[in-house]
Design a protein around this ligand. Structure first.
Ligand code: ZN
Ligand code: ZN
Length: 338
């Protein structure tokens, strides 16, 4: 099988032939046709994840058909269609036991601590796998954990968004932001989409954005022109580029949820605003099996569609990275194996 390998920090990816992996007792072998590229994978190449093992097969947006199962696997068999969490939870810590496995301190992340999804066949643990219901497309299944499930977790579970509330989504043209626009609309919110690319406005409106705001030094003023009292919730998908303005866009008592940090420089936090307006800033990480199930249900309903920018052959993975780095993509960039 073909696999793309990252040998070390800053190295270009290298495509090589590898044997199909054999399952350990609790593992499932999944044959993939496609996988998503995540900004997290780009940050890994930049050296943002010091605990990554090298060389590593990056990638964690996993879906496909089961081709082999380990001796202790229960509930999955050959030919099942599955999607996967981006990590293997330990299954025994207090977080795992209370359904908060996204916070598991012992989790092992695919594409980082073990080989990931930039390969036609991948070994995943049965604790990571969820069956894909009928009616879910393969692109929707591939992003169900890292993108859709992560958004569901952030804005519904942590942000507790209600129909009619107003949400600001920063970096709305990107892989996370574009799908966050869709999910927020499905949950009944009014969506203000912030983007730095004027040419992404129409796409964002077609995805359901009620208002599109162009990035500027003080785009919070444009948000206030639209919603004078400020938004109920801000979903911060980019990090320090937009953090302060997103905070300034909140209404009194409003909250921000941070899910993206594409620039590792710390953000500036105006404490006076936080105190005087009683705002909250919360981080949200990844998704649980429950969130993954909800994301797949959204896709099965037919109301949620993946925003596909382009699908590259695995051999062209470095080209795909360049496109994402230039932030020209609207929606997700994928890799295909044949
Ligand atoms: Zn991802
Ligand atoms: Zn755990």
């Amino acid at each position: 099988m073909k696999a793309a390998v990252l040998d070390s920090i800053k190295a270009p990816l290298r495509v090589e032939d590898r044997p199909i992996p054999e399952p350990k007792p609790t593992e499932i072998i999944v044959r993939q046709r496609i996988t998503g590229i995540c900004y997290r994978d780009i940050l890994e190449q930049d050296g943002f994840f010091p605990r990554a093992k090298f060389p590593v097969v990056p990638g964690h947006e996993i879906t496909g058909i089961v081709t082999n199962v380990g001796s202790e696997v229960r509930g999955f068999r050959i030919a099942d269609r599955v999607a996967s969490l981006i990590y293997k939870p330990c299954g025994t810590c207090t977080y795992c036991m209370s359904g908060n496995e996204n916070l598991c301190p012992n989790k092992v992340t695919y594409g980082e601590n073990v080989d990931g999804s930039y390969a036609e066949y991948i070994a995943i643990d049965q604790k990571s796998a969820v069956k894909v219901p009928n009616g879910v497309g393969e692109y929707e299944a591939a992003i169900a954990s890292c993108v859709t499930g992560m958004i569901v977790h952030a804005i519904r579970k942590i942000g507790n968004i209600k129909p009619g509330q107003k949400i600001l989504i920063t970096g709305a043209g990107g892989g996370v932001g574009s799908h966050a626009v869709e999910v927020s609309k499905l949950l009944g919110a009014t969506v203000i989409a912030e983007t730095s690319s004027p040419d992404k406005s129409e796409v964002l409106k077609s995805l359901g954005a009620d208002h599109v705001v162009q990035f500027s030094e003080r785009f919070d003023r444009k948000v206030r022109d639209i919603i004078p009292e400020g938004v109920d919730l801000a979903l911060e998908t980019t990090g320090n580029y937009t953090f302060e303005q997103a905070l300034r866009s909140l209404k009194v008592g409003g909250g921000m949820i941070v899910v993206g940090n594409i620039n590792p420089e710390p953000a500036k936090l105006p404490l006076g605003i936080l105190i005087l307006k009683g705002n909250s800033v919360t981080g949200s990480i990844s998704s649980t099996r429950n969130d993954l199930g909800e994301a797949l249900e959204l896709a099965a309903s037919g109301k949620f569609k993946a925003v596909i920018d382009k699908t590259y052959d695995i051999e062209d993975v470095n080209m795909a990275y360049s496109e994402i780095r230039s932030r020209k993509n609207t929606g997700k960039v994928f890799l295909k194996f044949r």
